[in-house]
Design a protein around this ligand. Structure first.
Ligand SMILES: [Zn+2]
Length: 386
């Protein structure tokens, strides 16, 4: 396959399209800002998840990596009133790549260096997203106690009690159990006061009977809610009203830009509609990814060359020429033109640099088939997204 190695000339003028998020100022804190995540690809470490546009308020998530490096699960760490802390999800512990000690040490460091809790000064309310071992286990509790922290309770839903009960808890740990019950969609089963706003838990069975969703009413505003799913999306319950953002129990936190303007897009544009829809894509360009387009020359007798042309502006209405309608505004400047042969390589692969400055970059492409009667294809309007 022909590989187009770079997006070329003209990109530099878009270098200011991305706005760098505010950085955390605490030097010792090892957390990165979740706004910098360009996709949901797995990563280790800890993120700060801002909940206000100016990043002045938020919480942390440490990613626990499964031992075979196939999944991460979030250990969500949220501040509570009275110097207490809520931890939603325990991580893989002994089944993690880091090992249970290292994993707990990261949570401990996050509490101390990022959240301002003194050594061993936090009282933890552990809530199980659901009853599987990667979300609740005795090892995490033991490791945190060994690091000087104490637990106020271990909260889980009765629906998953059968699994949790089978785990190797000590009598001391069992004395912390707070089994909650209730299956009414959207009902508040237990709540906590937090400097972030009210945190409450609602049932959403599906993945397991006892899955619990965390809802944060940001600054106690019920119309501005954040959801951390206790299990996979879906289930029988409709979404809670007022949700502005939903995060998953597994995987890297990804925060879309507030206005959605940096979503990856690829939409057909076809002017007056006379061109054949022969420029095809089934995806959209993403920062750090490859984007494929294909020119379909089947049924075009004598085709010997395929041309993919990219411009930074569109012509509307298009220009009618003998080969069809030309849809690109050449005054916008060519930034890409590539040629291939229909027999061997009808696909064009464009590699987008892993650079957030490309977020929001827009371009228009059109396909051209040479040979026989020259033919213009439809256009594609693309926007590079995350
Ligand atoms: Zn599970």
């Amino acid at each position: 396959m022909k590989r187009v190695s770079k997006w070329i000339a003209g990109l530099s003028i878009f270098a200011t399209a991305g706005t760098a998020p505010a950085q955390q100022t605490d030097v010792a804190c090892q957390a990165t800002n979740a706004r910098l995540n360009l996709n949901r690809d797995l990563k280790p470490g800890t993120d700060f998840v801002p909940i206000l546009p100016d990043d002045s308020l938020g919480f942390h998530v440490s990613y626990s990596v499964k031992s075979d490096n196939s999944f991460t699960v979030g250990i969500f760490i949220l501040p509570l009133e009275n110097n207490e802390v809520l931890i939603f999800g325990a991580g893989y512990a002994e089944n993690s790549m880091q090992g249970k000690e290292a994993e707990a040490a990261v949570v401990d460091a996050t509490l101390r260096d990022c959240m301002g809790y003194g050594p061993g000064m936090s009282t933890i309310h552990l809530v199980a997203p659901h009853g599987h071992q990667d979300h609740i286990n005795p090892s995490f509790v033991q490791e945190m106690v060994d690091l000087g922290h104490s637990f106020a309770e271990i909260v889980y839903h009765k629906g998953d009690a059968v699994w949790i009960d089978q785990m190797d808890w000590t009598p001391d740990q069992r004395s912390l159990f707070n089994e909650i019950d209730g299956s009414i969609c959207g009902s508040n089963l237990i709540q906590f006061a937090s400097p972030l706003g009210k945190i409450w838990f609602t049932p959403r069975s599906g993945h397991t009977e006892g899955s619990l969703d965390l809802i944060l009413d940001i600054e106690n505003d019920a119309t501005n809610r954040l959801l951390i799913r206790g299990s996979v999306a879906g289930g029988q319950c409709p979404p809670v009203p007022g949700l502005q953002l939903s995060l998953d129990a597994h995987g890297t936190v990804f925060l879309p830009p507030e206005d959605g303007s940096f979503r990856a897009r690829a939409e057909v544009v076809n002017g007056a509609g006379i061109n054949r829809l022969c420029l095809i894509t089934d995806s959209a360009p993403r920062v750090g990814g490859s984007w494929n387009t294909m020119i379909d020359a089947q049924g075009h007798a004598g085709a010997y060359g395929l041309v993919l042309i990219g411009y930074t502006a569109v012509l509307s209405p298009g220009l009618q020429i003998p080969y069809g309608e030309f849809l690109l505004d050449t005054r916008g400047g060519t930034f890409l033109m590539c040629l291939s042969q229909p027999a061997s390589t009808p696909t064009f692969i464009l590699n987008v640099p892993a650079d957030p400055n490309y977020l929001g970059f827009e371009a228009w492409f059109q396909g051209l088939i040479l040979g026989g009667t020259t033919e213009l294809c439809n256009g594609l309007h693309v926007q590079i997204g995350a």
